[in-house]
Design a protein around this ligand. Structure first.
Ligand SMILES: Nc1ncnc2c1ncn2[C@@H]1O[C@H](COP(=O)(O)OP(=O)(O)OP(=O)(O)O)[C@@H](O)[C@H]1O
Ligand SMILES: [Mg+2]
Length: 220
């Protein structure tokens, strides 16, 4: 069924400690899937392996039937947008505007389209007043919104969001909800989250990790 990501017999260790054990998951773009589980159960590690940020010990990840072992990071990045649990890891440009426009400038998108899309994201994420602000001066919540906005402007086919609601107040969480709702069926979403209400509200399917293994994989 239009499978987009396939994870097969995946094992991964960090500093010689096994963190993921025999993970098998098939994901398609029309599904909103959440990964839940206690602290340290391996959720972030799984997201990073699938995005090519860290390498597994054994097993395979396929994106669009291509093994990520044969893909470069930018190649994976064009397919999958990955939102870091810590937005400081993601933000690299000196100002909010530069962070948001970077990918489109790189792709030589027309200036008026860049302006329109950047303004749209500035509005959605309530960052308009910070358009020319230094990214270092932002609060955690503002950084989170900026990282998410920049990622969306990359037009990925699939999103992996690691704790995207951290640092969002209820109103902004609601805005994020609406935004994700509007993307479902167009963009596949894998949400990693401790936020039960948010997970239950959005997910078609919930996968539970415990100590590096899948202990539950069911429809919501
Ligand atoms: N860089 C690292 N080096 C060594 N061990 C690590 C490293 N990063 C994470 N770990 C360990 O790997 C395990 C899985 O961590 P991971 O961050 O994937 O869990 P998580 O489910 O995302 O947790 P949380 O809910 O707290 O975000 C934990 O035991 C953690 O201590
Ligand atoms: Mg984590």
């Amino acid at each position: 069924m239009n499978e987009f990501i396939r994870i097969e017999k995946l094992f991964c260790s960090l500093n010689k400690v096994q963190v993921l054990r025999n993970i098998n998951i098939s994901l398609n773009k029309s599904e909103f899937v959440s990964i839940i589980g206690p602290n340290g159960s391996g959720k972030t590690t799984l997201g990073k392996v699938v995005s090519g940020i860290i390498k597994q010990d054994s097993g395979d990840v396929f994106i669009d039937d291509k093994n990520i072992k044969d893909m470069s990071l930018p190649e994976i990045g064009r397919k999958i947008g990955y939102l870091f649990q810590n937005p400081d890891r993601q933000i690299f440009a000196p100002t909010v505007y530069e962070e948001l426009s970077f990918a489109m400038k790189y792709k030589k998108t027309a200036t008026d389209i860049i302006e329109k899309r950047v303004n749209e994201i500035l509005n959605i994420f309530e960052l308009s007043h910070l358009r020319d602000a230094s990214t270092y001066s932002l609060s955690q919540g503002e950084k989170q919104r900026l990282a998410l906005g920049a990622m969306l402007l990359n037009d990925p086919e699939y999103l992996i969001l690691d704790e995207p609601t951290t640092g969002l107040d209820p109103k902004r969480k609601y805005e994020l909800s609406k935004l994700l709702d509007s993307m479902v069926n167009r963009v596949g979403i894998l949400l990693i989250s401790h936020d039960k209400a948010f997970v239950l509200k959005h997910s078609h399917r919930i996968i539970e990790l415990y100590d590096g293994s899948i202990i539950n994989d069911k429809k919501n």
